[in-house]
Design a protein around this ligand. Structure first.
Ligand SMILES: [Zn+2]
Length: 293
Protein backbone atom coordinates (compact mmCIF):
# COMPACT_ATOMS: atom_id res chain seq x y z
CA UNK A 1 0.00 0.00 0.00
CA UNK A 2 1.56 3.29 -1.13
CA UNK A 3 1.02 6.84 0.00
CA UNK A 4 -2.37 7.86 -1.27
CA UNK A 5 -4.83 10.68 -0.78
CA UNK A 6 -8.26 10.16 -2.28
CA UNK A 7 -11.41 12.23 -2.43
CA UNK A 8 -14.88 10.72 -2.58
CA UNK A 9 -18.47 11.88 -2.80
CA UNK A 10 -21.76 10.25 -2.00
CA UNK A 11 -24.15 10.42 -4.93
CA UNK A 12 -27.47 12.06 -4.08
CA UNK A 13 -26.17 13.13 -0.67
CA UNK A 14 -24.45 16.30 0.39
CA UNK A 15 -21.49 14.55 1.99
CA UNK A 16 -17.91 14.45 0.79
CA UNK A 17 -14.84 12.77 2.19
CA UNK A 18 -11.12 12.16 1.95
CA UNK A 19 -8.96 9.21 2.88
CA UNK A 20 -5.21 9.20 3.34
CA UNK A 21 -2.52 6.59 3.89
CA UNK A 22 1.07 7.71 4.57
CA UNK A 23 3.82 5.15 4.57
CA UNK A 24 6.92 6.15 2.54
CA UNK A 25 6.55 9.87 3.24
CA UNK A 26 6.07 9.17 6.96
CA UNK A 27 9.13 6.87 6.94
CA UNK A 28 11.15 9.74 5.44
CA UNK A 29 10.09 12.05 8.28
CA UNK A 30 11.10 9.46 10.88
CA UNK A 31 14.40 8.70 9.10
CA UNK A 32 15.49 12.30 9.65
CA UNK A 33 14.94 12.33 13.42
CA UNK A 34 14.65 9.68 16.08
CA UNK A 35 11.38 10.38 17.93
CA UNK A 36 10.08 8.63 21.05
CA UNK A 37 7.30 6.22 19.89
CA UNK A 38 4.47 8.31 21.34
CA UNK A 39 5.70 11.40 19.48
CA UNK A 40 6.21 9.47 16.24
CA UNK A 41 2.57 8.38 16.44
CA UNK A 42 1.44 11.93 17.25
CA UNK A 43 3.35 13.32 14.25
CA UNK A 44 1.83 10.59 12.07
CA UNK A 45 -1.69 11.57 13.14
CA UNK A 46 -0.94 15.26 12.59
CA UNK A 47 0.46 14.52 9.12
CA UNK A 48 -2.59 12.47 8.15
CA UNK A 49 -4.92 15.18 9.56
CA UNK A 50 -2.97 17.86 7.70
CA UNK A 51 -3.27 16.03 4.39
CA UNK A 52 -7.03 15.54 4.88
CA UNK A 53 -7.54 19.18 5.80
CA UNK A 54 -5.34 20.59 3.04
CA UNK A 55 -7.27 18.55 0.50
CA UNK A 56 -10.44 20.48 1.36
CA UNK A 57 -8.84 23.94 1.13
CA UNK A 58 -8.73 25.67 -2.20
CA UNK A 59 -5.46 27.58 -2.15
CA UNK A 60 -1.83 27.43 -3.29
CA UNK A 61 0.49 27.53 -0.35
CA UNK A 62 1.26 25.80 2.92
CA UNK A 63 -0.95 24.52 5.72
CA UNK A 64 0.87 24.42 9.07
CA UNK A 65 -0.47 22.53 12.10
CA UNK A 66 1.29 23.21 15.37
CA UNK A 67 0.82 21.86 18.88
CA UNK A 68 2.43 24.03 21.56
CA UNK A 69 2.84 22.48 24.96
CA UNK A 70 4.05 23.42 28.41
CA UNK A 71 4.59 19.84 29.50
CA UNK A 72 7.32 17.57 28.18
CA UNK A 73 6.22 18.21 24.62
CA UNK A 74 7.19 21.77 23.68
CA UNK A 75 6.14 21.77 20.07
CA UNK A 76 5.04 19.49 17.25
CA UNK A 77 4.80 20.97 13.75
CA UNK A 78 3.65 19.55 10.44
CA UNK A 79 3.57 21.40 7.16
CA UNK A 80 1.60 20.33 4.13
CA UNK A 81 1.86 22.15 0.82
CA UNK A 82 -0.80 22.33 -1.86
CA UNK A 83 1.58 20.19 -3.95
CA UNK A 84 0.87 17.46 -1.33
CA UNK A 85 4.40 17.53 0.08
CA UNK A 86 4.81 17.15 3.80
CA UNK A 87 7.42 17.64 6.51
CA UNK A 88 7.34 17.51 10.31
CA UNK A 89 9.37 18.08 13.43
CA UNK A 90 8.98 18.18 17.22
CA UNK A 91 10.74 19.55 20.30
CA UNK A 92 10.52 17.89 23.67
CA UNK A 93 12.26 17.47 27.02
CA UNK A 94 13.69 14.24 28.40
CA UNK A 95 12.12 10.82 28.25
CA UNK A 96 8.59 10.77 26.91
CA UNK A 97 6.30 8.23 28.57
CA UNK A 98 3.32 6.73 26.76
CA UNK A 99 0.69 9.18 28.04
CA UNK A 100 -2.30 11.07 26.66
CA UNK A 101 -1.95 14.14 24.49
CA UNK A 102 -3.25 16.33 27.33
CA UNK A 103 -0.53 15.04 29.67
CA UNK A 104 2.16 15.52 27.02
CA UNK A 105 1.14 19.12 26.45
CA UNK A 106 0.56 20.03 30.10
CA UNK A 107 -1.61 22.96 31.22
CA UNK A 108 -2.13 25.65 28.61
CA UNK A 109 -1.49 23.54 25.50
CA UNK A 110 -2.55 25.19 22.26
CA UNK A 111 -3.26 24.07 18.74
CA UNK A 112 -2.44 26.56 15.98
CA UNK A 113 -3.52 26.24 12.37
CA UNK A 114 -1.86 28.54 9.84
CA UNK A 115 -2.92 28.86 6.24
CA UNK A 116 -0.02 30.50 4.42
CA UNK A 117 -0.85 31.25 0.78
CA UNK A 118 1.99 31.65 -1.74
CA UNK A 119 0.67 35.11 -2.52
CA UNK A 120 -1.10 36.90 0.29
CA UNK A 121 -1.12 37.21 4.05
CA UNK A 122 -1.13 34.13 6.27
CA UNK A 123 -4.27 33.40 8.27
CA UNK A 124 -3.91 31.90 11.74
CA UNK A 125 -6.45 30.19 13.96
CA UNK A 126 -5.65 29.29 17.57
CA UNK A 127 -7.60 26.65 19.44
CA UNK A 128 -7.18 26.03 23.15
CA UNK A 129 -6.55 22.40 24.00
CA UNK A 130 -9.08 20.72 26.22
CA UNK A 131 -8.61 17.61 28.30
CA UNK A 132 -9.65 14.43 26.55
CA UNK A 133 -9.18 15.87 23.07
CA UNK A 134 -7.34 14.04 20.35
CA UNK A 135 -5.88 15.34 17.10
CA UNK A 136 -9.07 14.15 15.36
CA UNK A 137 -11.45 16.00 17.70
CA UNK A 138 -9.31 19.16 17.57
CA UNK A 139 -9.71 19.22 13.79
CA UNK A 140 -13.46 18.55 14.06
CA UNK A 141 -13.93 21.42 16.53
CA UNK A 142 -11.71 23.74 14.53
CA UNK A 143 -13.70 23.15 11.32
CA UNK A 144 -16.98 23.64 13.16
CA UNK A 145 -15.86 26.92 14.79
CA UNK A 146 -13.86 28.46 11.98
CA UNK A 147 -15.78 27.37 8.90
CA UNK A 148 -19.11 26.13 10.31
CA UNK A 149 -18.58 22.88 8.41
CA UNK A 150 -19.70 19.68 10.15
CA UNK A 151 -16.61 17.47 9.98
CA UNK A 152 -15.74 14.06 11.34
CA UNK A 153 -12.19 12.72 11.43
CA UNK A 154 -10.78 9.28 12.23
CA UNK A 155 -6.99 8.88 12.52
CA UNK A 156 -4.66 5.99 13.24
CA UNK A 157 -0.89 5.63 13.44
CA UNK A 158 1.16 2.64 14.54
CA UNK A 159 4.54 4.34 14.22
CA UNK A 160 5.03 3.12 10.63
CA UNK A 161 1.81 3.93 8.82
CA UNK A 162 -0.39 6.96 9.40
CA UNK A 163 -3.87 7.02 7.96
CA UNK A 164 -7.10 8.87 8.21
CA UNK A 165 -10.67 9.28 7.05
CA UNK A 166 -12.60 12.53 6.97
CA UNK A 167 -16.27 13.21 6.26
CA UNK A 168 -17.73 16.65 5.67
CA UNK A 169 -21.30 17.75 5.35
CA UNK A 170 -21.74 20.01 2.36
CA UNK A 171 -24.39 22.72 2.25
CA UNK A 172 -27.68 21.44 0.83
CA UNK A 173 -28.44 22.87 -2.56
CA UNK A 174 -31.60 24.89 -2.16
CA UNK A 175 -34.80 23.65 -3.76
CA UNK A 176 -33.44 20.58 -5.50
CA UNK A 177 -35.61 18.32 -3.38
CA UNK A 178 -33.48 15.40 -4.41
CA UNK A 179 -31.07 15.69 -1.51
CA UNK A 180 -31.01 12.92 1.01
CA UNK A 181 -31.22 14.74 4.33
CA UNK A 182 -30.62 11.62 6.41
CA UNK A 183 -27.33 10.97 4.66
CA UNK A 184 -25.13 12.89 7.11
CA UNK A 185 -26.16 11.00 10.29
CA UNK A 186 -26.30 7.72 8.34
CA UNK A 187 -22.78 7.87 6.85
CA UNK A 188 -21.39 9.01 10.20
CA UNK A 189 -22.89 5.94 11.87
CA UNK A 190 -21.37 3.72 9.19
CA UNK A 191 -17.96 5.40 9.47
CA UNK A 192 -17.99 5.06 13.26
CA UNK A 193 -17.60 1.31 12.84
CA UNK A 194 -14.08 1.77 11.44
CA UNK A 195 -11.28 0.35 13.61
CA UNK A 196 -7.70 1.57 13.87
CA UNK A 197 -6.57 -1.74 12.42
CA UNK A 198 -8.80 -1.30 9.37
CA UNK A 199 -7.54 2.24 8.87
CA UNK A 200 -3.97 0.94 8.94
CA UNK A 201 -4.36 -2.18 6.82
CA UNK A 202 -7.10 -1.65 4.25
CA UNK A 203 -6.49 0.14 0.96
CA UNK A 204 -8.72 3.25 0.78
CA UNK A 205 -11.14 1.81 -1.79
CA UNK A 206 -11.42 -1.43 0.16
CA UNK A 207 -12.11 0.53 3.33
CA UNK A 208 -14.80 2.68 1.67
CA UNK A 209 -16.44 -0.40 0.22
CA UNK A 210 -16.46 -2.04 3.62
CA UNK A 211 -18.01 0.99 5.30
CA UNK A 212 -20.35 2.30 2.62
CA UNK A 213 -21.22 -0.61 0.32
CA UNK A 214 -24.90 0.26 0.60
CA UNK A 215 -24.25 3.81 -0.55
CA UNK A 216 -23.21 5.05 -3.98
CA UNK A 217 -19.71 6.38 -3.53
CA UNK A 218 -17.88 8.18 -6.32
CA UNK A 219 -14.07 8.24 -6.11
CA UNK A 220 -11.78 10.82 -7.67
CA UNK A 221 -8.27 10.52 -9.04
CA UNK A 222 -5.90 9.88 -6.14
CA UNK A 223 -2.92 12.08 -5.28
CA UNK A 224 0.41 10.88 -3.89
CA UNK A 225 1.69 12.73 -0.81
CA UNK A 226 5.50 12.98 -0.67
CA UNK A 227 8.11 14.10 1.81
CA UNK A 228 9.90 17.30 0.78
CA UNK A 229 11.64 19.97 2.80
CA UNK A 230 11.22 23.59 1.80
CA UNK A 231 14.39 24.79 3.53
CA UNK A 232 16.97 26.63 1.42
CA UNK A 233 20.14 28.65 1.83
CA UNK A 234 18.13 31.78 0.98
CA UNK A 235 15.64 31.12 3.80
CA UNK A 236 18.43 30.44 6.30
CA UNK A 237 20.06 33.71 5.14
CA UNK A 238 16.83 35.64 5.77
CA UNK A 239 16.58 34.08 9.19
CA UNK A 240 20.17 35.19 10.02
CA UNK A 241 19.30 38.71 8.85
CA UNK A 242 16.42 38.74 11.31
CA UNK A 243 18.71 37.54 14.10
CA UNK A 244 20.91 40.58 13.37
CA UNK A 245 24.53 41.28 12.50
CA UNK A 246 25.73 41.66 16.07
CA UNK A 247 24.61 38.25 17.20
CA UNK A 248 25.75 36.52 14.01
CA UNK A 249 29.17 38.16 14.35
CA UNK A 250 29.48 36.97 17.93
CA UNK A 251 28.86 33.37 16.80
CA UNK A 252 31.44 33.83 14.02
CA UNK A 253 33.99 35.17 16.51
CA UNK A 254 33.41 32.24 18.81
CA UNK A 255 33.20 29.38 16.30
CA UNK A 256 34.67 30.66 13.05
CA UNK A 257 31.43 29.96 11.19
CA UNK A 258 27.69 29.88 11.69
CA UNK A 259 26.12 26.47 11.35
CA UNK A 260 22.36 26.06 11.05
CA UNK A 261 20.71 22.65 10.96
CA UNK A 262 17.21 22.38 9.49
CA UNK A 263 14.85 21.00 12.16
CA UNK A 264 12.72 19.29 9.52
CA UNK A 265 15.26 17.51 7.29
CA UNK A 266 18.56 17.74 9.16
CA UNK A 267 20.40 19.54 6.35
CA UNK A 268 23.40 21.60 7.50
CA UNK A 269 23.97 25.16 6.30
CA UNK A 270 27.31 26.88 6.90
CA UNK A 271 28.01 30.59 6.72
CA UNK A 272 31.62 31.80 7.13
CA UNK A 273 32.76 35.40 7.57
CA UNK A 274 32.72 36.03 3.80
CA UNK A 275 29.14 34.67 3.50
CA UNK A 276 28.00 36.76 6.46
CA UNK A 277 29.62 39.92 5.07
CA UNK A 278 27.89 39.33 1.71
CA UNK A 279 24.58 38.62 3.39
CA UNK A 280 24.54 41.82 5.43
CA UNK A 281 25.82 43.84 2.47
CA UNK A 282 22.59 42.85 0.76
CA UNK A 283 24.35 40.61 -1.74
CA UNK A 284 22.28 37.57 -0.87
CA UNK A 285 23.45 34.01 -0.47
CA UNK A 286 24.06 33.12 -4.09
CA UNK A 287 27.11 31.00 -3.44
CA UNK A 288 25.24 27.89 -2.50
CA UNK A 289 28.28 25.78 -3.37
CA UNK A 290 29.98 27.07 -0.26
CA UNK A 291 27.85 24.52 1.50
CA UNK A 292 30.23 21.68 2.08
CA UNK A 293 27.94 19.17 3.76
ZN1 LIG B 1 15.09 21.17 5.56
Amino acid sequence: MHDILERFLFDHAAVRGETVVLRDSFAEVLARHPYPPVLARLLGELLAAGQLLEATLKFDGTLILQLHGKGQLKMAVVEITSKKTLRATARWDGEIPDVSLAELLGQGGRFVITIDPDDGEPYQGIVGFEKGESVATIIEHYMQRSAQIDTRVWLACDGQIASGLMLQKMPLEGGSGAEDEDAWPRVQRLAETITAEELLTLAPREMLHRLFHEETVRMFDPATPKFACTCSRERVGSMLEMVGREEVDSVLAERGQVEIVCDFCGKHYHFDSVDVAQLFAGQGVAEGNRNLQ
